[in-house]
Structure formats: structure tokens, C-alpha cells
Design a binder for this molecule. Structure first.
Ligand SMILES: [Zn+2]
Length: 262
């Protein structure tokens, strides 16, 4: 099998059209989706320093990858449009302050766009009321409304990551519906634009959830390396932990070999 003849095709699945690579080994969906949390100096495994993040973006550019938002990928798929060569989706979870202070400038310097999944009730009215919380691994500072709007104004996609970051499999259906529709409404009111993509907190999914995500009006949702697959409401994505640029590229190319084939 040659990777030179890989072509995109659309397949009906789960009542929606999904993009697949014909003739390619694409076990985790055709478009690589990467996930970061904090771009900063934290010493937990989910924090990547600003210098490392910039080097990772350099490496993606040098390998010929074109970052798209998840919304762009979904729209292209639904329109049967051709995606650019080597598409990749860069995602950022939680809506931390460093999404604005560090990730945004780095993306802009590389002329790249990303998708930011925001916990809507953690967004503060202003800096004086910024949400600061100590989770299991680090002190987390979250975005203000102005910072969130600046991300959106810079062309970044704003997606939902629930209202309060619960582990959704622990919720009953009604509470899950509230987290899904409530966060969508919260964020749409804050940025004045549709919010159409969703990320499961802790990348944790159970079978009752994807239909609820679709019913709430989302067009796509991302999970992780354990629960993710090729379906539109539970897409596989790779978490970028504390690893340098070559390490990230190696992980990406191991996970999606067709994307890195010459
Ligand atoms: Zn999260």
C-alpha cells in the first residue's frame, strides 16, 4: 500500500458524513487532533512551556501541517470540500488565562488558528474576579470575558467544555443536558457567535452522552486517547503532555502515520 495515493472520501456514519482516508492507515480519524492544557511554567505533566510550545508549532509548520479549527474541518466535510494538505486541529482545554497570554500570541506569530474549549462558568467578569482554583495538579487561573472575546476576535474557535467541568459519565441525563446546552448558551451570549463544538471533561465518555451532545446542537465533539474514535460526537485526539517538539512529532506520526507519510 502506498501513502502517495491517499485521497479523502466521505462516508456515511452515525447519521452524518465523516471524512476518511481511502487507502490509508487512519485508525484514529483522518485529521489529527492535538490537545494542550496549560502553556506555562507549571511543573505538572499537562503544562508545556511557552518556548516548547513555540518549537512544537515550528515543527508542525516545517512538516507541512496546516492547522484548522475543528469547526472548519466539520464544515469542509459537510460541504464535501477538499481540505488542505496535512490538516491538523490544535485544541486547548479549560479556558485558562495562559490561553490568552501565551497560546494566542504564539499561534498568531505562526499565523495559526486553534480551537479553545471553555468551561463557561469559570469565565470571570473581570480580572478582579478571576476564577482561581487548585485542582489535583496545579493552581489554575481562568479567562476573563474580555480575554475570551479577544481569542474569538483573533479568529480562534470557541468551543464548550461544559459549565463546571464535571466528569460527565457521573451525571444523570438531565444534568448532562444542562451542562451541554447551558454552556453553549453561556458562551454564545459572551462571544455573540455560535458555539458548535464540544470537548468532554477528562476526555471521559459513555455511550449515553454522544446523542445528548448532538441533541444540544453541537456538530462535533472530541474525546481522548482512551474513549475517542472516528465518530463525529466522540473524536479521538492526542494529548500533548510535557514533551519537546521532536517528541510531539514522533507521537503524532506514530498515531497518524498516513499524515506524516511522504
Ligand atoms: Zn478539562
Amino acid at each position: 500500500m502506498s501513502f502517495h495515493v491517499c485521497t479523502f472520501r466521505l462516508l456515511p456514519a452515525w447519521g452524518a458524513l465523516v471524512l476518511a482516508l481511502a487507502g490509508c492507515n487512519a485508525p484514529h480519524g483522518s485529521v489529527p487532533i492535538l490537545a494542550w492544557h496549560s502553556i506555562g511554567a507549571g511543573d505538572d505533566k499537562f503544562s508545556v512551556t511557552s518556548a516548547t510550545f513555540s518549537a512544537q508549532l515550528d515543527a508542525l509548520a516545517q512538516a507541512g501541517f496546516t492547522p484548522l479549527t475543528l469547526r472548519d474541518v466539520v464544515s469542509a466535510q459537510d460541504a464535501h470540500a477538499t481540505l488542505p494538505a496535512r490538516p491538523v486541529v490544535l485544541t486547548f482545554d479549560d479556558g485558562l488565562e495562559d490561553a490568552y497570554t501565551t497560546a494566542l500570541p504564539a499561534l498568531q506569530a505562526h499565523k495559526m488558528r486553534g480551537t479553545f474549549f471553555i468551561v463557561s462558568k469559570f469565565v470571570a467578569a473581570d480580572a478582579a474576579h478571576r476564577t482561581v482554583a487548585h485542582d489535583k495538579v496545579a493552581l489554575r487561573r481562568y479567562l476573563t470575558v474580555d480575554e475570551l472575546r479577544a481569542l474569538a476576535a483573533a479568529g480562534m474557535e470557541i468551543g464548550s467544555h461544559t459549565q463546571r467541568h464535571p466528569r460527565m459519565p457521573d451525571l444523570d441525563a438531565e444534568s448532562a443536558r444542562q451542562e451541554l446546552s447551558g454552556s453553549k448558551a453561556d458562551l454564545e451570549a459572551l462571544i455573540g457567535a455560535p458555539v458548535t463544538t464540544f470537548a468532554y471533561p477528562f476526555n471521559s465518555v459513555r455511550p449515553f452522552l454522544p446523542p445528548l451532545v448532538a441533541a444540544a446542537g453541537y456538530r462535533a465533539a472530541v474525546a481522548g486517547m482512551v474513549h475517542g474514535n472516528d465518530s463525529r460526537m466522540q473524536l479521538f485526539r492526542m494529548t500533548v503532555e510535557k514533551v519537546d517538539a521532536p517528541g510531539m512529532m514522533k507521537q503524532l506520526c506514530t498515531t497518524w502515520p498516513a499524515s506524516c507519510a511522504q
